[in-house]
Design a protein around this ligand. Structure first.
Ligand code: GDD
Ligand code: MN
Length: 381
């Protein structure tokens, strides 16, 4: 192997025959072993005459995806691998893949053959010769389509697209597309504002750019998956909502905190329902009923936070039990602080209104519970 730079190359002159890539194709992959080789073959056929490189960004697939990439990369230097451990997410995979390259144009394409790679040369021409900054593969303009999607999936996509208009400044028919190409300088203008949450990197980029980019949409037909499985699940929906909210208010409040607060509000409602049941149906004395309601609220909040708020750090098995205990302990301290602060504010020394004192105590314990449990209960690696 020729890893030692030949004389002359420190000045930037490449060895004969080696030229820097003009186009970097970032391919996020999770358990796509059967799709890797066919995709590279298709890219090779589609991109004749363009100096391209492909970076597969793999989030620790459990099948032979990385081996499939390595087998090709062993003889084709255009094919590279970025292996991430303990990480998840299509958006962050794209961002890191793009940042691992120097190519002036960057494309995103799925690793499951559902995107039509034959559109890539037209995207490239639009950026190189057409003066565009961003070319989007669209399923929703004439000539495009969603293929064999069922009604439910098509409906969900349509709904998500409409929801995206809240945060979008540029008119785009398919902001949910994961198939697009952009200039590196355009990417750089967005990169520091990206939320990097979940699946929808194009929407994230569009909502993070300081000004609408010169944009062209090119139609393509979304293909049916033939190998491997879709990674779309309930978590993807939650990530999407989080992305939209983060784009709206993330500058001022962390979305995760808002989620934690929303779960807390549900907890209060649950608390009151259980309290009423214990008092009315079971005829328990108030202190016992209140204790049971508090316990239920803590367990309920823990479960919901575990599934929604801290999904990436979700606890299972013994970790779940340990997490529940630390969460209960943290909330207890929070409750004591809550009462302490509220009582102090309500005391003659400060003399706040009752509701202001109560609210301040509640907000204080909310912030405490969030800050401490995100470090201790759901610490991420
Ligand atoms: N590295 C990495 N990490 N890759 C991932 C992850 C992840 O957490 N989740 C999914 N992928 C990879 C898959 O292996 C595949 O190559 C690609 O991302 C798309 O994932 P799919 O699970 O096949 O997504 P889909 O077909 O439901 O969604 C597609 O349609 C959307 C439009 O509705 C994707 O193209 C989206 O990008 C697109 O927005
Ligand atoms: Mn897919």
């Amino acid at each position: 192997m020729n890893h030692v730079p030949p004389a002359g190359s420190p000045t930037g002159r490449p060895p004969a025959g080696l030229r820097p890539a003009e186009l970097c194709i970032v391919i996020p992959v999770l358990n796509e072993e059967a799709n890797v080789a066919p995709l590279v073959e298709r890219l090779d056929r589609a991109l004749v005459g363009i100096g391209w490189e492909a970076i597969f960004v793999d989030d620790d697939s459990t099948d032979a995806t990385r081996a499939a990439v390595a087998a090709i990369g062993a003889h084709d230097p255009r094919v590279r691998l970025l292996h991430r451990i303990g990480r998840r997410g299509l958006s962050s995979a794209f961002i890191e893949g793009a940042q691992a390259s120097l190519a002036p144009c960057i494309a995103a394409i799925d690793g499951d053959l559902q995107h039509d790679e034959t559109v890539l040369p037209r995207m490239f021409a639009a950026l190189r010769e057409g003066g565009y900054e961003l070319a989007v593969g669209s399923r929703y303009i004439a000539g495009g389509g969603v293929g064999t999607w069922d009604r439910k999936r098509a409906g969900m996509s349509g709904l998500a697209t409409r929801l995206s208009r809240i945060v979008l400044r540029a008119p785009v028919s398919d902001p949910m597309s994961g198939f697009f190409m952009l200039r590196r300088d355009t990417f750089e203008r967005a990169v520091r504002g990206l939320s990097a949450l979940g699946f929808k990197i194009l929407l994230d980029i569009l909502a993070s750019l300081p000004a609408p980019p010169a944009l062209i949409e090119l139609p393509y037909e979304f293909r049916t998956r033939t190998a491997g499985e879709s990674k779309l699940d309930a978590g993807v929906l939650r990530d999407y909502l989080l992305l939209v909210v983060d784009k709206l208010v993330g500058r001022w409040v962390p979305v995760r905190f808002l989620l934690f607060a929303a779960v807390g509000a549900l907890g209060i409602a649950a608390h009151l329902v259980v309290l009423k049941l214990c008092l009315a149906a079971l005829a328990l004395d108030f202190a016992t009923a209140q204790a049971i309601a508090t316990g239920c609220a803590i367990v309920g909040n823990f479960v919901l936070n575990n599934v929604f708020t801290f999904r990436e750090a979700r606890l299972q098995g013994w970790g779940f039990v340990r997490g529940l205990l630390t969460f209960a302990a943290i909330c207890s301290v929070g409750a004591m602080g809550n009462v302490g602060v509220a009582a102090f504010l309500f005391s003659p020394a400060v003399n706040s209104a009752w509701w202001l004192a109560g609210l301040a105590g509640a907000v204080m314990s909310l912030v405490w519970n969030y800050a401490v449990s995100s470090v201790i209960t759901w610490r991420r690696n």
